[in-house]
Write a protein of this length. Structure first.
Length: 278
């Protein structure tokens, strides 16, 4: 059984118990807090016992949420979440400008109706072009009170870090796709870092069938900086005539980011065919 407490009737001041719907003295209906059942004082916006907002008005809270990888060149999602913790529906509006270089557009939320006890979220998709520290400036959410007057709440600024990530473009080129048995052919492996961070410990290897051997199948590079291009060479020697299918695989290490430490990524070239005649 729930504990009952005596509290003064807001109409006449007589102490009444929490389970009394009407005052036993003045016989008037007692409006109560939904949380603790204490009588509501019409002169107060909050409950005198538990502090909950009890006024017959809307009351908004708002914050910014970020999701996604938070990596340069990758899509991230900025959410504006607004919750009505009050007891009346209302209409809200907000606007703020994105910082450079996230974009020059103005983010707007207009004429958003929000019911009491509900939360609305608006999503905005962004692609940070480069690593660095970014920030969403503080802004206000404006909404209407029950009598039509406008009021507002301030949304705290948000700072966040965008990390860089290497993106390796792998291309291969053979000095002739058709050779005679006994000849050797050079395979050129072109690597270009099109990302926003350096790649480390690059290892590329030619995966060849038993009918095709290579004098150098494992090449290691210590790093590949942003916009840097390097070319490796593998010498292939066919042991039999016919068609020989093979590919090149590249492994590299990404730098640590906020969400995780260094990772090893692998990419493969397109399948290649070397034709060998007797």
């Amino acid at each position: 059984m729930n504990q009952q407490y005596p509290s003064p009737c807001p109409n006449c001041g007589t102490n009444v118990w929490d389970n009394e719907v009407q005052c036993h003295n003045c016989h008037k209906y007692i409006e109560r807090c939904k949380g603790c059942r204490a009588p509501i004082d019409p002169e107060r916006d909050t409950c005198s016992r538990c502090g909950a907002f009890v006024a017959d008005e809307p009351l908004l809270q708002a914050r910014i949420l970020l999701s996604g990888d938070l990596l340069a060149g990758r899509e991230m999602i900025l959410k504006v979440a607004v919750r009505n913790t009050g007891n009346e529906r209302t209409e809200c509006n907000y606007s703020f400008k994105l910082p450079e270089p996230l974009g020059k557009e103005e983010i707007k939320g207009e004429d958003i109706m929000i019911e009491p006890g509900s939360t609305i979220e608006r999503e905005y998709h962004l692609v940070p072009p480069r690593p660095g520290q970014y920030g969403i400036p503080p802004f206000e959410v404006f909404y209407k009170k029950k009598n039509g007057d406008e009021t507002s709440i301030k949304v705290a600024p948000v700072k966040f870090q965008i990390d860089g990530v290497p993106v390796i473009n792998l291309n291969t080129e053979m000095a002739g796709s058709e050779v005679k048995l006994g000849d050797e052919v050079f395979l050129f492996v072109h690597m270009l870092n099109e990302g926003t961070a350096s790649a480390k410990n690059l290892k590329f290897k030619a995966f060849t069938p038993p009918t095709l051997s290579s004098s150098e199948t494992h090449v290691v590079l210590p790093s590949l900086d942003v916009d840097e291009e390097r070319t490796g060479v593998i010498k292939l020697r066919p042991l039999f005539d016919g068609e020989h299918n093979f590919e090149v695989r590249l492994q590299y290490q990404t730098p640590p980011i906020q969400k995780s430490g260094p990772r090893t990524e692998e990419i493969s070239s397109d399948s290649m065919i070397l034709k060998v005649k007797k």
